[in-house]
Design a protein around this ligand. Structure first.
Ligand SMILES: Cc1cc2nc3c(=O)[nH]c(=O)nc-3n(C[C@H](O)[C@H](O)[C@H](O)COP(=O)(O)OP(=O)(O)OC[C@H]3O[C@@H](n4cnc5c(N)ncnc54)[C@H](O)[C@@H]3O)c2cc1C
Length: 478
């Protein structure tokens, strides 16, 4: 089928579903594992238009729109992409999303928009995520997006945390005309999009460009500023900020609480991913230099972070990279797509295996991990069968490096240093509701992982946008 600019492709509604499906093109596993470049090959124009023409335009509200946490009008965007109107399609995404070029790349689409596409019943879904990327990349190259102010304001707002929640909040506040300063404890903005998600899933240039849009609209950035240590929320109010948004995420790696956890050669996932993936100039001072790995690496955990660590270790040159997980593959929380890519790139998996101690060699560095075999017992409160140790089944695996990818906790510092700010569950910030994201402290709003616990870029972004609208209303009433 030939796509002619400005014209819709001549396909009737029934035949749209019958168009041949071609999945995303990935760079070959043995090539991509040698670098940190994007694994997905960009669509070309013909491919994008033909793929968009597979959308059958379900009646409003289309299931994909409902499943999208930010409710992008995906069918309209598909219609415009099919026509070759990429600027128009981008405008559709900008209307409901502050990070469309990022969500298009990292959302678990198979669980959200693509997962709910009605074509799944008999065919394959429309590749909505990659089409979002196509439209937004076209716009960036040809007719860049500009944040337009809807009104003037004399209010100053402090945004703490430059992750997706903070960036989205800043974006909407700038549109509302407010002056925004973003404070972050790290040297560069982006939160886990920079200091977590590896480059081969989300190139850092995409975040840099997005941040530039905000800077051009007037956003100021205060790097290396730890709120709670370097200054408090009370000080921010004293400096003249009229409202504060907390998008502080969950930055503390969960511990295993087993012997040998502090041995040289045992890494926390964040530390490892930061040092493995972030350019030297954006590294915090205490995390300089690529992590020395040796030949044999074990990654402990079963989520997306574990997949990212496995794939980063392979790219850093380890010979043997094995995931140790205490349940079976069926119970793994991480996405199947990422796991398959890790397998294709050479990662091995050892299920029903629980480390019980890290063992040092004569040089004092990690030399082995002692594990115990597990079996699945009764279901827990969430319905997942609990892993139970098999007595006497201990065994050791020789390794040079272990990476703990077990989950994240919030840093309780903000709660501890802010009077009247209620927190719960070791530091998650309490909000009164999920529409305004007001905290118990007047003028302070919060959203993202720091409120919900670890979740997704898109959910953090949605929270930041909603909180910004509530902040705008709060300021109007002052
Ligand atoms: C390895 C990894 C891979 C992931 N992959 C995906 C994926 O593929 N797709 C997806 O949708 N999600 C993914 N996620 C989850 C996603 O990154 C998070 O859900 C999202 O970034 C949360 O956004 P946030 O703005 O709430 O917090 P964060 O992104 O964590 O940003 C919080 C920011 O606040 C700063 N900060 C914290 N405390 C303070 C303080 N006291 N003072 C100043 N600054 C502070 C931090 O430095 C950080 O920059 C991944 C997460 C990890 C760890």
């Amino acid at each position: 089928m030939q796509a002619v600019p400005g014209e819709y492709l001549e396909i009737d509604r029934k035949n749209r579903a019958n168009q041949p499906f071609h999945d995303l093109t990935l760079r070959p596993a043995d090539v991509r594992v040698c670098d940190f470049e994007d694994v997905v090959v960009e669509f070309d124009e013909d491919r994008a238009r033909v793929e968009a023409a597979r959308c059958i335009h379900c009646p409003d509200p289309a299931p994909c729109m409902v499943a999208c946490p930010t409710h992008n009008d995906i069918p309209s965007a598909m219609w415009l992409i099919e026509k070759g109107d990429y600027k128009g399609a981008s405008a559709i995404y900008h209307a409901t999303s502050s990070l469309p070029e990022i969500c298009g790349r990292v959302c678990p689409h198979e669980q959200l928009c693509q997962g709910s596409c009605v074509l799944n019943h008999q065919h394959q879904p429309v590749l909505t995520g990659q089409l979002e990327v196509y439209a937004l990349d076209w716009e960036r190259r040809n007719d860049p997006y500009v944040v337009e102010k809807e009104k003037e304001s004399h209010f100053k707002v402090a945004v703490v945390g430059a992750g997706p929640a903070g960036m989205a909040c800043a974006h909407v506040l700038l549109k509302k005309g407010h002056s925004v300063t973003v404070f972050d404890s790290k040297p560069a903005p982006g939160g886990l999009m920079v200091y977590g998600i590896p480059n081969f899933k989300l190139p850092k240039t995409v975040i840099d460009d997005k941040w530039d849009d905000l800077v051009k609209a007037g956003a100021k950035f205060s790097p290396n500023t730890y709120i709670g240590k370097d200054k408090t929320i009370d000080q921010l109010f004293a400096e003249g900020f009229s409202a504060v948004f907390l998008g502080v995420g969950t930055g503390i790696d969960a511990k295993m609480e087993i012997p040998g956890e502090d041995l040289p050669g045992v890494y926390e996932a964040t530390d490892f991913l930061i040092r493995g993936n972030v350019n030297a100039e954006n590294l915090p001072k205490d995390k300089a230099g690529k992590p020395p790995l040796g030949k044999r690496v074990a990654v402990i955990g079963g989520g997306d972070t574990a997949s990212d660590c496995l794939r980063t270790a392979l790219r850093l040159g380890a010979d043997e990279v094995t995931c140790l997980y205490r349940r079976t593959e069926n119970e793994m929380p991480g996405g199947k797509k990422d796991r398959q890519m890790a397998k294709d790139e050479g990662a091995k998996y050892r299920f029903l295996t629980q480390p019980v101690q890290f063992i040092a060699g004569q040089d004092g560095r990690l030399a082995a991990v002692e594990c115990i075999e597990m079996k699945l017992g009764e279901p827990d409160a969430k319905g997942r069968r609990k892993p139970v140790p098999v007595e006497g089944s201990n065994f050791s695996i020789a390794i040079d490096t272990a990476i703990k990818a077990l989950g994240y906790w919030p840093d309780p510092i903000i709660g501890k240093t802010t009077p009247d700010l209620e927190t719960h569950d070791w530091g998650l910030i309490t909000v009164t509701d999920r529409q305004t994201y007001k905290t118990t402290r007047p003028g302070v709003f919060a959203g993202g992982d720091g409120v919900t616990g670890p979740d997704l870029v898109v959910t953090a972004m949605v929270a930041g946008r909603k909180a910004a609208l509530a902040i705008d209303e709060y300021l109007a009433a002052l």
